[in-house]
Design a binder for this molecule. Sequence first.
Ligand code: KPL
Length: 326
Amino acid sequence: MAMYVLGAGSLGCLWAAHLAKSAACHPTLLLRAGSAKLRHLKDGRVRLRVIRAERVLEVEVGAEEVNRSPATSDIHQLLLVTKAPAAREALLQVAPRLAAGAVVIILCNGALALHEEISEMPASQRWHLMCGLTTHGAWSKADFEVVHAGAGDTIFGQYGAVRMSEETYESTLAQLLAAGLGGRHEAHIERSLWLKLAANAAINPLTALLEKNNGCILEEEQISRCKEICKEVAAVAAASWHQQGFASLCPSAAEMEDFALDTARRTSPNRSSMLQDVLAERPTEIDYLNGWLVTKARTFGLEVAENAQLTALIKEKERRFLEPKA
Ligand code: KPL
């Protein structure tokens, strides 16, 4: 079965390389129309290099421009690994190629916010959405060359109103798990997505503001900020779950804090993706993490002062490099 990977950044290359190695499916990387990375393609293929400590994995995978054959509905499985702010536009480009009933696996940071955004796209009514979360840390050394800096885990689950058949779900999951990047099915994926959101809401903006690796979250001052952030995330999660009527599965503030600190511990030498974005002067994912929480909190009449302040500070930092200089 062909698995298309939308997004050729660090996570996209990491997944494409491991999927190719597993031979459980044939991955094809989809590149943005007009991407400068297209120049590396030879006969519709590209060589990926993944560096993990002393070991180097080198494999060839298929690669093509996202809208190469716009008139055909040839894509049945799509792993979405773009940056959250780029996901909607990328999906719009690929939409004509997605077959009815195609499985779209959202494996981006900010998956809760992104799932909400994608569900509002009319075309998404024809797709089956799966969500995943991964705590692997990776960064791009060069085009198609990735350093797999922190081994993490990956969890997948069905999420959304349109459910796929058990058979489709099981076969998609088997291919993803064969990649060997950890992974298991989670019946209550929403619970894990909130835990991951708490980890990203704490680690990403704090490391980006301090310009330090993930391990800095384990310093005393940052632990107490992490606690406050998680308390606010848990309050928004509780309000959201209460509205949906199954509040008993909602993770507590203490569980969120444990998860965030454990993630910081396991990925301590890593640069968070937000720190990488800031250093490369790229737009960050803040609107899909703390920014989304602030908006959500408002709809429930809740105050999330710590998350609001972090959102404002990251936006201020972004403005300094994104706005044209006078
Ligand atoms: O998801 C991450 C990110 O950097 O965006 C973590 C898990 C924090 C790893 O760095």
